[in-house]
Design a protein around this ligand. Structure first.
Ligand code: GAL
Length: 361
């Protein structure tokens, strides 16, 4: 639709330029040139009219492609999650404003059984497409089969399913897809932010980077990859590492604070780097670090993921070393665009990823 409008506008510009050109020529060139210019202008006008007609036809066909009247069910693993709150709000807004879709968003409250009921309800209501942020990524296959049996396309978001499941969708032609980001990249970027500090994370110069790891949810591939690849970036760069402490904080700020306080009580000055699988836990870590009077970026480093506003503000104030943008705008818009296509029966890829971006001062 936008393309067609662009063609119309471009044609109009060509037309007006041709008209202006014709005017100049009139003054400087022999009159015999004029009929050609008029002919060219006529051709351009014909092209413009054809383009207009195509645009009008496209508008007539638009309602379906537009998503007007489409019913979309969105299941979020739990509403009480900072990043997924930004994500779901943007997703709903974009689907409603850009496509005019009817969107219902429900809270899985961190309970897979409850979420499975919500999915069944959406199916019996006859939604046109489901957007699913599962409580447990391991439930993907069962849920994908339920949706396929009901003939409802499914867009899985945020929690990446097993590669074998994506292959199954491809080989069996299942109307399912995954939209997310490659968590390996976010982990690598966290490690690189530490490598970019003056002492590459080895603040006390003992030849190794001693760190603690605040893990999101061990079942979640984002947590697994961030934990693995942040450290891998250091060892790949030839740094020795020492893990002092690694515990689950379920992506949660209060738990991030509690874990960091415990780790600081246990290991004190030995801790040079705090890797948090997400910013919410990193924000909690800031509280614990400041309570111990540790000096950020002098005797300790802290990195997170997501680039929540509070985290980027903390980075600007020198209260946190860096974070990695988890692009909720890009991901939610891609999920919405793909969902609309699937609801309209278009075939889509089995996976779409949006890049992470490093954020430092
Ligand atoms: C991650 C995000 C976390 C949390 C998690 C939920 O991508 O970084 O903050 O929202 O998703 O699955």
């Amino acid at each position: 639709m936008k393309k067609v409008l662009a063609v119309v506008l471009a044609s109009m510009m060509v037309l007006s330029l041709a008209a202006c050109g014709g005017g100049d020529k009139k003054e400087t060139e022999a009159p015999k040139e004029t009929p050609k210019a008029t002919e060219a202008a006529k051709e351009t006008q014909a092209a413009t009219e054809a383009a207009k007609e195509t645009a009008e036809k496209a508008t007539e066909a638009a309602p379906a492609a537009n998503g007007e009247g489409l019913k979309i069910g969105v299941c979020i693993y739990k509403f009480d999650d900072n990043f997924m709150t930004l994500y779901r709000q943007e997703l709903q807004k974009y689907l409603e404003e850009t496509y005019g879709a009817e969107v219902t968003v429900v809270d899985g409250k961190g309970d897979q059984a409850e979420q499975t009921n919500q999915i069944d309800n959406f199916i019996s209501q006859g939604v046109d497409v489901l957007i699913l942020n599962l409580v447990q990524a391991s439930a993907t296959e069962t849920v994908a089969k339920t949706c396929a049996d009901a003939g409802i396309p499914a867009v899985f978001i945020n929690r990446e399913p097993d590669a074998t499941e994506l292959e199954r969708w491809e080989s069996e032609g299942v109307a399912a897809t995954y939209v997310g980001a490659d968590a390996r990249q976010s982990g690598t970027f966290q490690g690189e932010i530490i490598l970019d500090t003056p002492n590459k994370g080895d603040i006390n110069g003992d030849g190794k980077v001693s760190y603690i790891m605040l893990i999101g949810d061990p079942e979640n591939v984002d947590a697994q990859y961030r934990t693995e690849f942040s450290v891998k970036a250091l060892t790949d760069a030839g740094m020795e590492v020492e893990e002092l402490f690694a515990q689950r904080g379920d992506w949660d700020q209060a738990k991030g604070q509690e874990l960091t306080a415990n780790a600081l009580a246990q290991f004190g000055d030995q801790i040079e780097v705090v890797f948090a699988n997400n910013d919410a836990m990193a924000l909690g870590a800031i509280e614990a670090i400041e309570a111990e009077d540790r000096k950020m970026n002098e005797d300790i480093y802290l990195v997170g993921v997501d680039a929540l506003d509070e985290a980027t503000a903390a980075i600007a104030d020198g209260r946190m070393t860096g974070t990695v943008l988890n692009d909720h705008m890009g991901q939610s818009h891609t999920a919405a665009d793909v969902a609309i296509k699937m609801a309209n029966g278009e075939k889509v890829d089995t996976k779409y990823t949006v890049d992470y971006v490093k954020v430092t001062e």
